[in-house]
Ligand binder design. Structure first.
Ligand code: SF4
Length: 515
């Protein structure tokens, strides 16, 4: 167990000698982040639900497995969840430090990876024997059963949603019937306890054109009210003090208000991701205040109506002002706005509109903070071919906002954004470069050098014209023509209605009207 944890509950306490297949479930990051990751915990519980399998967790700061301190080399299979591009580098460092060969050829221990980063499996081919694309429910158990029955890594490509090097996989979507019977509850030395993680829905109906999950995880799937209510009861029973709500558009759940109210009635605190401004009503603001929330986050991405249309976001100035008023009236006076700089076609007027948005919200009597990130094109989205802004252009956009918005501005480092871009947009043949870069530090210059040495042009991948080779490796169900049409609408600044208003036949849903 990492030294930074005083006490843990919810884990499996088993004797590793009794199990035929020992599975290491890795979160490539600190323990404190792992206990806040539902994806990581779902894999842990799914793996342990397979008869004959013992799964134990590993984090960057655990000495051996969290449960029993065993070395990674003592496990027969490694499964890792990759939520952010930087975790590829961390995972490779963890494997290397444990003495596991990074290259898959000749290695005895199969390495399976899953999570949002796998939407482009091409840079992972050098070390991953199998890449789970999409939801892990079903996939994890099927992979482990094959290995338990003596199958090899060459058999894993037959599992739905599994990509093996050189193959093609269809994105797997779960009906969200499964939820683990427990959750890891950790008491940390600073007196903090991790929250219970309550996933309301997966996917999103709104089709924001930059959003990876909006395009790979569509259509939106809501968990039923009964299941969610029992989860709130479970949180209480297990001794959690806070519930963190998970979902791309949590207030879009048809029973959102009832669920949040139930959390409060059970005496639990609430924590929420960013909300849609148009869903903040007076009643909702009151529930949020009653939950003890002092700050609410909204994600307009831009204050410019022109850019908002291009990325298929509602033009939200009035809605944000209205939401600010409602929140203020309920007693919530702090607002965080998530914004992007470097969107395709961005001009000074667009940044000026964003600064104006911040000023107007502040003048409504609310404390505002801007959290700025750089636009990074993501695979399988309508903006997958759009060039990224160069670091200087991004820096100058952030400087402009700092000078004009009149509020606190926190901004992501452009080097981090470029690294994210390089891994998420990496083409065929990039896996050797990623393995080589993992020998050095997680720095852009190191990755640029490694990519160049393997004959790839990182400048072109990030800032020039690129292809979309991940479309041949992963079938998300969204038709190429639909993606192309959306990309043209982005250029023309035309919005597309959400799936709740009108299905426009992207191809994912079986009853889509335009097959
Ligand atoms: S098929 Fe229609 S309803 Fe389904 S995700 Fe695509 S646009 Fe939305």
């Amino acid at each position: 167990m990492p030294r930074r944890v005083l006490e843990e509950g919810g884990f499996y306490d088993r004797d590793p000698r009794d199990y035929g297949l020992r599975v290491a479930v890795i979160y490539p990051g600190p323990y404190e982040a792992a206990v806040n990751s539902l994806g990581h915990q779902i894999v842990y519980y799914l793996a342990n639900s397979v008869p004959g399998v013992l799964a134990e967790r590993f984090t960057l700061d655990s000495v051996g497995s969290v449960e029993s301190g065993l070395n990674l080399r003592e496990f027969n299979v490694i499964i890792a969840s990759l939520h952010f591009e930087g975790q590829v580098h961390t995972l490779l460092s963890m494997l290397r430090e444990a003495g596991i060969p990074l290259r898959r050829e000749g290695r005895d221990t199969p390495v399976v990876v899953g999570g949002p980063v796998t939407a482009n499996p091409l840079p992972l081919e050098g070390f991953a024997d199998a890449v789970a694309v999409g939801d892990g429910e079903g996939t994890v158990q099927e992979i482990l059963r094959i290995l338990l029955e003596g199958g090899g890594v060459e058999d894993l490509g037959s599992v739905e949603g599994v990509y093996t090097p050189g193959g093609r996989a269809r994105f797997r979507r779960s009906p969200l019937t499964y939820l683990p019977e427990g959750q890891i509850r950790a008491r940390l030395p600073n007196g903090k306890q991790n929250p219970f993680l309550l996933e309301l829905s997966r996917g999103c109906s709104h089709g924001c054109r930059f959003c990876l999950l909006g395009w790979t995880q569509r259509p939106r799937r809501d968990r039923p009210l009964g299941q969610l209510m029992s989860q709130v009861e479970l949180a209480k029973e297990l001794g959690f003090r806070k519930v963190y709500i998970i979902g791309s558009d949590v207030l879009g759940h048809p029973k959102a208000l009832d669920i949040l109210q139930r959390v409060i009635d059970e005496g639990l605190k609430l924590s929420l991701p960013s909300l849609r401004a148009d869903m903040v009503t007076a009643e909702m603001a009151e529930v949020l205040r009653a939950s003890g929330l002092r700050k609410v986050s909204l994600a307009p991405e831009t204050g410019s109506p022109r850019l908002a249309a291009a990325i298929n976001k509602r033009s939200v100035l009035e809605e944000i002002l209205e939401a600010s008023e409602l929140l203020k009236a309920a007693g919530i006076r702090e607002l965080k706005l998530y914004l992007m700089v470097g969107l395709p076609g961005e001009a000074k007027e667009d940044l000026s509109a964003t600064a104006e948005l911040a000023r107007l919200v502040k003048s409504a009597g609310v404390r505002v903070e801007l959290s700025v990130s750089q636009f990074v094109p993501k695979p399988h989205t309508p903006l997958q071919l759009a060039p990224m802004a160069r670091p200087d252009a991004y820096r100058s956009g952030v400087r402009y906002l700092r000078a004009r918005a009149g509020v606190r501005v926190k901004a992501v480092h452009p080097g981090r954004a470029a690294l994210q871009g390089l891994v998420s947009l990496a083409p065929r043949g990039s896996s050797a470069a990623v393995l080589e870069a993992a020998e050095g530090p997680y720095r852009l210059s190191n990755y640029f050098r490694a990519f160049a040495r393997w004959g790839l042009n990182p400048e072109r991948i990030l800032y020039g014209s690129r292809d979309a080779p991940w479309r041949d490796a992963v079938d998300t169900g969204v038709r190429d023509e639909a993606l192309q049409a959306e990309s043209e609408r982005a250029e023309a600044g035309v919005t597309t209605p959400s799936c709740d208003e009108q299905c426009w036949g992207c191809g994912v849903c079986p009853l889509s009207p335009h097959p």
